[in-house]
Design a protein around this ligand. Structure first.
Ligand SMILES: Nc1ncnc2c1ncn2[C@@H]1O[C@H](COP(=O)(O)OP(=O)(O)OP(=O)(O)O)[C@@H](O)[C@H]1O
Ligand SMILES: O=C(O)c1ccc[n+]([C@@H]2O[C@H](COP(=O)([O-])O)[C@@H](O)[C@H]2O)c1
Length: 217
């Protein structure tokens, strides 16, 4: 049976690819959430900039998800001005969710650096953390992060549904060897990244001439 949680999978998505989409599909299925949202970072505070503007990254995500009504796009960071701190985003999601569980889904790379996020400890007051790991991986975290995760770790999805926020669950997902960096490099050097991302997204990239200058991406 589906639950009433809201799941948020944030990313720069510059551009979105099948690695993101497969992870999203698997984690949505495992957590049994009917409200699963991919949320493009509007003005990522942790990067010097993005290659494609936020409205292009949002448009590509909408094209990628168009055939899949169970996966939605949340555009609140693109609509908001200023740096897109996740703590502000989750406060706004929490205002919509009331007491329902909110699940912040992050890949292993992002989880490893969570203690560098803006007001990172407050994230746990607003949402549960779902870490999407590679099968059989044994992550190593910095001490403060490791302690925080160890105190809050649960093994079952059910444990995320009985309280609105504050727990940490690891979920194994297939990690396809695809990255946005590699796709941008291929495009900039005139190669064809087909089959790494949806054809509709690739057509959009070509139509708008995106990533042609991304050689040093
Ligand atoms: N191939 C993949 N499989 C599963 N998760 C992924 C994959 N690539 C990225 N992710 C996760 O998706 C989220 C958003 O990633 P992001 O938009 O930075 O993609 P990326 O391909 O890593 O981009 P870049 O190469 O520009 O750093 C992060 O939590 C990241 O860990
Ligand atoms: O809030 C922060 O300080 C913060 C710092 C680094 C990353 N994030 C978020 O983490 C998500 C994944 O980031 P990335 O770089 O892996 O695409 C994305 O939603 C970012 O906005 C958020």
């Amino acid at each position: 049976m589906k639950n009433d949680a809201i799941a948020i999978f944030g990313g720069t998505f510059d551009p979105v690819h099948y690695g993101h989409l497969r992870a999203a599909a698997e984690v949505a299925e495992q957590l049994k959430v009917s409200d699963f949202r991919l949320l493009p970072a509007g003005h990522p505070p942790h990067r010097e900039g993005t290659w494609a503007d936020a409205y292009h990254r949002l448009a590509m995500l909408e094209l990628a998800l168009a055939p899949y009504p169970d996966l939605a796009v949340d555009d609140r960071e693109v609509r908001r001005s200023g740096p897109s701190f996740m703590v502000d985003t989750l406060a706004s999601v929490r205002a919509d969710a009331g007491d329902a569980p909110v699940l912040l889904c992050v890949g292993q790379d992002a989880a490893n650096g969570l203690n560098r996020w803006h007001r990172w400890r407050e994230l746990f007051d607003l949402a549960h953390l779902v870490i999407m790991t590679r099968p059989r991986s044994r992550p190593r975290y910095p001490q403060d992060l490791g302690e925080m995760f160890a105190e809050r770790r649960v093994q079952r999805t059910r444990d995320l549904m009985t309280t609105p926020a504050g727990r940490v669950r690891q979920v194994e997902v297939t990690q396809l060897a695809i990255s946005s960096t590699d796709i941008r490099r291929q495009l900039a050097s005139g190669r064809d990244p087909r089959f790494l991302l949806p054809a509709t997204v690739l057509a959009y990239i070509r139509k708008h001439g995106l990533y042609a200058q991304a050689a040093g991406a």
